[in-house]
Design a protein around this ligand. Structure first.
Ligand code: 8GP
Length: 831
């Protein structure tokens, strides 16, 4: 199956096919849309109007591809994967769609002749930031690869009115503002009112005794909300297969309550509307309050239930009421536990609606779902109070209890009389407030469970789910993450892409292993020069962006050291900060301190309720302010925190990075994908042996990466022995000095202690993430990186070899692994 996929995929090279428009036609089409879709003309149109007209013109091709794909899938009655995810971090679509259709250059030229710059108008597109971090961007890369490999797939999620918040930095602090990405419409999406779904919530369950002794359960819901689908076409590279990302928007079922309104209840009449519409309002509502928790579970159920109904409607169209082929046609991938409630929902449909018996229903259900785990952090493994579950989804809780009861019998058979193990594996966590463990439910209800990098999957087996692994040894597996090289090299780094095209041909975006061909030029002086010139040009570009966004001037000759990812203690942005402070001290103590000038660039959003993460952002900004304005050091050291980190900003930072910071505590970062993007673009990793860093090191070789810090085993051993951060604080003069500096008012004049929470977390707080333990080794790795950068040829060689050895990390490989190990899908060619 996989070989078939590979062969087919390699034949394709993105080029504008004969059915695509040529330059003159494109020009005419864009102008036509300017006139007829936007009601403006060339003299009046601003960049926004040109962007929209160009989208409309491109969308013509996209929709034609979509129609053909859907027809083809229908006629071939294909098995398809349904990727359920609360997040899809799509970013901007124009550049990607143009590249995947092979229309980029044509369009650029057509617009040029119209006096319009494509790069400028692409800046008009708001990011579709319908996600938070790695898991959401992974989903976006995966649907790109699925379409590219001609695999039948649908992405299912929520059509959030507001994506992740827009981050502003005021006086160094993160301020969250609503992200209104759709204020002026989204030209890529199509509303599909014909596929609206009704979703029940709340209410009670009635037990009915039917004929032949069958007990029937009837759920009488208290509310019905409507799910309105919006389709975002997903264009594969080569432009043939166009799959769909279907996102659900919630609406009140009784759009306007006339009765209540006429009786004088002007406000009440709107209340139900407002409540229903809240469901798809925001991503990850704050769940510290009960209302927030309710909303999250309702969101999860809402999009899972809409999607299942949609899948079943499509299945029934081809197979009627014959359920026997359901799990042959349908596989559902649960991206984390967020959509796990789909498991009892399918059981409910099969038992209560289709009236199948339990065993048959369960045999279908447990062959349909597969689950990807993205984190080992206990706080990220979802649990919902059983009482709340019962209030919102009363029938589902009953079904979960029954799944659990039967599962406990299986546990009893394996470990007779062992209540300890039963307690651990039960879907229901006992205690004063019973909780529903969504992780356990996902494992029990899925036929496959995967981690996202070798080490992570090994830890899932060893530490997170060891008993499940004992019960079902082949259920737990690994699929190492990947990234789409179309967006993360071809589109975001056009100059490097062209250089690569010239050396090894143009089909590397479909066959990333081909990049290996660059290795033979790693020591070629001319190639090194070209490679590093592109890096420098990208740095000049980024420097302009940094100036525009922050007013800070940075020197493209400095090392650009980049840490971009969500702000979390385990990712240790504060370890980076301590090193910056140490360098600052060294420079103050010795103005001739030998270091290549370096600019530290950060991009990160902190979860609104995560106080320490916000304190770290504040500290980075305050240290940056001081250093950037200190003429004694700022020719050698600068620090920039770029506000509102998002996909489109990553696309500018990654091609310009020299150093990639991947410095999580070993065992905490499931995989990382930014590490792959940066390395692909020729940045060298300073990283721990964590997540996919380990596999990156294997690919690029130890001599082309700066590995430091405790290993997973060493972290475990240290914890066992008893970790005391004061051991490091008391014994390292420099570390003590920088930590104490945080207590002073040096960085926050007149406000001593404004940065103390960081220090406290790393000392009295126990330094859960071993920042102090890894500090010395991190400094050493950074010194080695500095030394290497001072040898331009050596650096160029290392950078080239990083790009050359990233073949493994294409998301096409990840998807082929999923197909082979889990989904068992066949490609379906679209003619
Ligand atoms: C992330 C992991 O942290 C990252 O290592 C991995 O590369 C990525 O998933 C894709 O597999 N995890 C999350 O984004 C995550 O757990 N998000 C939950 C908060 C929703």
């Amino acid at each position: 199956m996989t070989t078939k996929t590979t062969k087919r995929a390699t034949k394709k090279v993105a080029s504008s096919s004969k059915t695509m428009m040529n330059k003159a036609e494109l020009k005419a089409s864009i102008v036509k849309h300017l006139h007829c879709s936007l009601g403006t003309d060339e003299n009046k149109a601003n960049n926004h109007a040109w962007w929209k007209a160009t989208c409309a013109s491109v969308q013509e091709h996209v929709l034609e591809g979509l129609r053909k794909t859907q027809k083809s899938h229908y006629l071939n009655d294909t098995r398809a994967v349904h990727y359920f995810s609360a997040e899809f971090l799509m970013g901007r679509l124009m550049s990607n769609n143009l590249h995947n259709l092979g229309l980029f250059e044509q369009t650029e030229k057509a617009l040029n002749e119209l006096g319009v710059n494509l790069t400028d108008i692409m800046e008009e597109e708001p990011d579709m930031a319908l996600g938070n971090g790695g898991l959401g961007r992974l989903a976006a890369c995966f649907i790109d690869s699925l379409a590219t490999l001609d695999l039948p797939a649908v992405g299912y999620g929520l059509h959030y009115e507001h994506g992740l918040f827009r981050q502003e930095i005021q006086n160094g602090e993160q301020i969250e503002r609503p992200d209104s990405w759709r204020d002026y419409g989204n030209p890529w999406e199509i509303c599909r009112p014909e596929s609206i779904q009704d979703i029940p919530l709340f209410g009670y369950v009635e037990t009915k005794y039917g004929e032949n002794g069958r007990i029937n359960k009837e759920w009488h819901p208290g509310h019905i909300v409507k799910g309105l689908p919006w389709d975002i076409p997903v264009v594969g590279y080569g432009g043939k297969t166009v799959n769909v990302l279907r996102l659900w928007q919630s609406q009140s079922s009784d759009y306007f309550n006339w009765d209540v309104f006429n009786a004088g209840g002007y406000v009440d009449a709107q209340t139900e509307n407002v409540q229903a519409e809240t469901i798809s309002k925001v991503l990850y509502p704050n769940d510290e309050t009960q209302a927030g928790k309710d909303l999250r579970l309702i969101q999860q159920y809402f999009f899972s239930a809409c999607s299942l109904k949609d899948i079943i409607r499509r299945y029934k169209r081809a197979h009627g009421d014959d359920w026997s082929r359901f799990s042959e046609q349908v596989v559902i991938q649960l991206n984390d536990t967020h959509p796990a409630v789909a498991i009892p929902e399918l059981m409910r449909i099969l038992i209560d609606r289709a009236e199948l018996d339990w065993d048959y229903a369960w045999s279908i259900c447990s062959k349909t779902f597969a689950y990807t785990n993205h984190t080992l952090l206990p706080e990220a493994l979802e649990k919902w109070p059983a009482r709340m579950f019962e209030r919102i989804l009363p029938r589902h809780l009953e079904i979960i209890y029954e799944i659990n009861r039967r599962f406990m019998d299986e546990v009893e058979a394996v470990w007779p009389g062992n209540n300890e193990i039963k307690r651990k594996l039960s879907i229901i966590e006992e205690g004063p407030d019973k909780m529903v463990r969504m992780g356990n439910l996902s494992v029990i209800g899925s036929f496959a469970v995967n981690g996202v990098a070798e080490i992570h999957s090994a830890l899932v087996k060893k530490d997170l789910f060891p008993e499940f692994n004992h019960m079902w040894p082949s259920k737990l597996t690994n699929v190492t993450n990947g990234i789409t090289p179309r967006r993360w090299l071809k589109a975001c780094n056009p100059a490097l892409s062209q250089l690569i095209d010239g050396k090894i041909g143009q089909d590397w975006p479909l066959n990333l292993d081909k990049l290996k061909g660059l290795a033979e030029f790693a020591e070629d002086a001319k190639f090194q020069k070209q490679f590093m010139k592109i890096k420098r040009d990208n740095k000049v570009q980024l420097a302009k962006e940094v100036m525009a966004l922050t007013g800070v001037e940075i020197d493209p000759n400095a090392i650009f050291d980049v840490q971009i990812k969500r702000l979390h203690e385990y990712k240790r942005q504060h370890l980076n900060l301590l090193y910056i402070m140490a360098l600052y001290r060294r420079l103050l103590e010795n103005p001739d301190y030998d270091m290549h000038p370096r600019v530290f660039l950060f991009g990160a959003k902190a979860a609104p309720g995560y106080k320490l993460a916000k304190d770290i952002i504040f500290a980075i900004n305050k240290v940056a302010e001081k250093i950037n304005n200190d003429a004694r050091v700022n020719h050698k050291l600068k620090v920039v925190f770029l506000p509102n980190y998002r996909v489109s900003l990553a696309e500018k930072m990654i091609p310009a990075a020299d150093i990639s910071e991947q410095i999580s505590t070993a065992g905490k970062e499931a995989s990382g994908t930014g590490n792959m993007k940066l390395s692909l673009n020729g940045a060298l990793t300073v990283g721990t042996l964590d997540g996919a860093n380990i596999e990156i090191a294997e690919e690029v070789g130890d001599e082309n990466i700066f590995i430091f810090g405790l290993t997973v085993a060493e972290v475990e051993a240290l914890d066992k022995k008893g970790y005391n951060p004061f051991d490091y604080y008391d014994n390292n003069r420099e570390l003590k000095a920088v930590l104490d500096w945080l207590d002073s008012d040096y960085f926050t004049p007149g406000k001593p202690g404004a940065l103390s929470s960081l220090k406290r977390s790393m000392l009295e707080g126990g330094d859960h993430y071993k920042v102090l333990a890894d500090f010395t080794s991190y400094c050493e790795a950074q010194s080695l990186a500095d030394k290497a950068y001072k040898e331009p040829e050596r650096w160029a060689k290392m950078a080239i070899l990083n790009t050359a050895h990233m073949g493994k990390f294409t998301s096409d490989r990840s998807i082929k692994d999923y197909v082979e190990r889990i989904w068992k899908l066949d490609p379906c060619k679209v003619e």
